[in-house]
Design a protein around this ligand. Structure first.
Ligand SMILES: NC(=O)c1ccc[n+]([C@@H]2O[C@H](COP(=O)([O-])OP(=O)(O)OC[C@H]3O[C@@H](n4cnc5c(N)ncnc54)[C@H](O)[C@@H]3O)[C@@H](O)[C@H]2O)c1
Length: 274
């Protein structure tokens, strides 16, 4: 029988693709969830949970929603590359509101970071979680900011946080890159369970990928939360090998197509970071 957190869990981005998976899984374990999103919740709200619409830009609403919560699973915000002006309020101001709420409630933050925080590392190089941060756009930069916000609030205010650099969390991998980056919904759900229940996490970073043989990623802090993925993209290798794009940067760098959005550099015949 799975443990139930002592205090309710606030889940932002509840109406999104991953939020809906997490809601179903964690409510199924009997967890009390406070669900929030700027968009209406598209499913039936499970027993023991409540949903309230809010904008992450509204700090007062976030403080109120977090009242009494022991964990904030922060999955809300702009989840793709967009102009800076669209990222600013949800992903930058929103992060500050989440961390201020966590500070007040003495809650732990579990943050949906992204591989796009390090997207300009080459695929040929296996990197550890403490690698150089190399965002591949404004979205990735907002994830770097989120991870650094976690570090600041841990050192300054003892707010614990677990940052999962999610690769590609979809029903199944759909191209060759995802043979490296795929994270199954089930592995993600178990990760959130462990990250919430772990006794002490401090501020840590975990690669969000299933047990993929072709992973780009090495060491991280998963030992602190006692999580290891059980699924894998390996069985898709036969059908997805060769499913690639004609763009050199997309196929050279870990961030894939995001490295090509609005890119003006053309000297990619020479690897950028050597
Ligand atoms: N799915 C993946 O493969 C993947 C990979 C890397 C990182 N992530 C991160 O995981 C999180 C969830 O991803 P997803 O795939 O479910 O994305 P999604 O876009 O389906 O969900 C994000 C949710 O955030 C909500 N949102 C947007 N702006 C908001 C605002 N101003 N106030 C409140 N809510 C707002 C949206 O309505 C949406 O429901 C995101 O932070 C994303 O960056 C996902």
């Amino acid at each position: 029988m799975s443990q139930i957190p002592a205090r309710p869990v606030l889940l932002t981005g509840a109406s999104g693709a991953l939020g809906r998976q997490l809601t179903r899984h964690l409510a199924g374990l009997g967890w009390k969830l406070v669900l929030t999103d700027i968009a209406a919740f598209p499913d039936k709200v499970p027993p023991g949970c409540r949903f309230e619409r809010a904008d992450l830009a509204d700090g007062v609403a976030i403080l109120r929603l977090a009242e009494g919560c022991g964990t904030i699973l922060h999955f809300g915000g702009v989840s793709v590359e967009r102009p800076f002006s669209e990222i600013l309020m949800p992903n930058i101001a929103g992060l500050y509101h989440i961390y201020e709420a966590a500070r007040r409630e003495k809650a732990r933050v579990i943050f949906a970071s992204s591989n796009h925080a390090v997207g300009f590392h080459e695929r040929a190089t296996k990197i550890d979680a403490d690698c150089q941060l190399l965002p591949d756009g404004y979205y990735g930069l907002s994830k770097v900011y989120g991870e650094m916000m976690g570090r600041l609030y841990w050192y300054k205010h003892a707010v614990e946080n677990v940052n999962i650099r999610i690769g590609s969390s979809l029903p199944e991998p759909v191209n060759e890159r995802m043979l490296s980056t795929y994270l199954s919904f089930a592995d993600l759900c178990r990760f959130c369970e462990r990250a919430t229940l772990a006794e002490r996490t401090e501020s840590c970073i975990v690669w969000g990928a299933s047990d993929n043989q072709r992973s780009f990623w090495g060491q991280d802090d998963r030992g602190r939360i006692g999580w290891a993925p059980v699924d894998s993209a390996d069985s898709y290798a036969g059908q997805l090998s060769g499913v690639v794009t004609p763009d050199l940067a997309t196929e050279t760098y870990q961030g894939g197509p995001y490295t090509d959005i609005d890119r003006t550099r053309t000297d990619l015949a020479t690897p950028l970071f050597k």
